[in-house]
Write a protein that binds this ligand. Structure first.
Ligand code: PMP
Length: 362
């Protein structure tokens, strides 16, 4: 075993089969029947051709992603000139991020992140042999441009991770923070926008900064708003030259034919799939309001989860919710926990359980 891996902990959210699962930021709603039917008929014509390798360049999928993103940017009021050569895709955005870090990180290189943030960023970095450096966020978990610019200038990293909305805090950053990170280093700036579709009103994506910034890369996923976590499809948007480099580190034919066809079908039904985003935002806001009313501190969330604090023992709260069939996430931040926006019914179950627990032991 590589000595630099000794002592590291693998990604390990508990996977428990309980009625109300609010712990890994999935979309609580199943794929609507109309999309299931389309997916079924779309794959039907692909079985006999599975003797052949899939399209290595996933051209159809790239085209579908460009169309979807054009709509996203138009609605957010920021025109971006996207083309298929600016798109990369992988089996989840985790794979996309690991491709980027394999290509631009590795031994002798430094990757900087602002923690608490997504726990896979350091694991992906150290997995390539790069050294991970974390800089602590403010007490309210916000980031401001001056502080980020100064930190990036000081560390001079080869790669910077920014995550907006940030997991596990739900907080967003302004484009000025991304510009500050970019302007203060000569490395790659990765903006992880896994939860972007849950920001309302829609914020302009870091994609709007791509023109003239060849070291900027934006990653997104179909696991969250699109309700396709089981499909495993993430993607990145960057200058064609940066995307081209990723071909050196991906394994040949990394995206199966079935994955490609299902992802295209999901994108054709983007409107239907994204219909539940409003419901999840309602649940998120209901959770935030209720938790605040009963005395927790709640961080403003632009995602499909809520980070709350002022919990005497997150481990005890986690267990008492689990005893009631509800799974949330103890993310290891003292006195804090994270809960996902569930369906209306799940959200009600969670809030009732919270009231019961507080009633037993205020
Ligand atoms: N980025 C962030 C911030 C995440 O929270 C997650 C999943 N929890 C991912 C990326 C990876 O998601 P996926 O591989 O399913 O696209």
């Amino acid at each position: 075993m590589r000595s630099d891996l000794v002592g590291l902990k693998p990604y390990g959210a508990p996977h428990l089969d309980v009625p109300v699962q609010l712990n890994v930021n999935e979309n609580a709603y199943p794929i609507p029947d109309v999309v299931v039917e389309s997916m079924r008929s779309a794959v039907d014509g692909h079985f006999a051709g599975l003797n052949r390798y899939p399209d290595r360049e996933f051209e159809d999928l790239r085209g579908h992603l460009v169309s979807y993103l054009d709509g996203v940017n138009r609605r957010a009021g920021g025109a971006v000139d996207l083309s298929p050569e600016m798109i990369w895709a992988g089996n989840g955005s985790n794979e996309v991020l690991s491709h980027i870090v394999q290509a631009f990180g590795g031994p002798g290189r430094t990757v900087l992140g602002f923690t608490p943030s997504y726990s896979m960023h350091p694991l992906i970095a150290t997995g390539t042999g790069a050294s991970w450096q974390s800089s602590a966020r403010n007490d309210d978990f916000a980031l401001d441009a001056d502080a980020v610019g100064a930190e990036v200038a000081d560390v001079d990293p080869d790669i910077v991770f920014l995550c907006t909305p940030n997991n596990p805090t739900g907080t967003s950053i302004g484009l000025d923070v991304i510009e500050a990170a970019y302007d203060n280093c000569s490395g790659i700036v990765i903006v992880d926008e896994a939860y972007a579709e849950f920001s309302r009103p829609a914020r302009p994506s870091a994609m709007t900064l791509l023109a003239g910034r060849p070291r900027l890369v934006v990653s997104r996923t179909m696991s969250k708003a699109f309700a396709c976590a089981g499909l495993r499809l993430g993607y990145a948007i960057a200058a064609p030259e940066l995307i081209d480099v990723l071909r050196l580190v991906r394994l040949p034919y990394h995206l199966s034919d079935i994955t490609q066809v299902l992802a295209c079908t999901a994108l054709e039904h983007a409107d239907v799939l994204l219909d539940n985003v409003d419901r999840l935002i309602d649940s998120r806001d209901r959770i935030s309001q209720h938790l605040r009313d009963v005395g927790f501190t709640v961080f403003p969330s632009d995602s499909n989860f809520v980070l709350f604090g002022n919990i005497s023992s997150p481990q005890t709260l986690w267990q008492r919710l689990l005893d009631r069939g509800i799974l949330i996430r103890d993310i290891g931040i003292t006195h804090h926990a994270r809960v996902n926006a569930g369906t209306e019914v799940e959200t009600t179950a969670f809030l009732r359980a919270i009231d019961e627990i507080l009633g037993e032991d205020p």
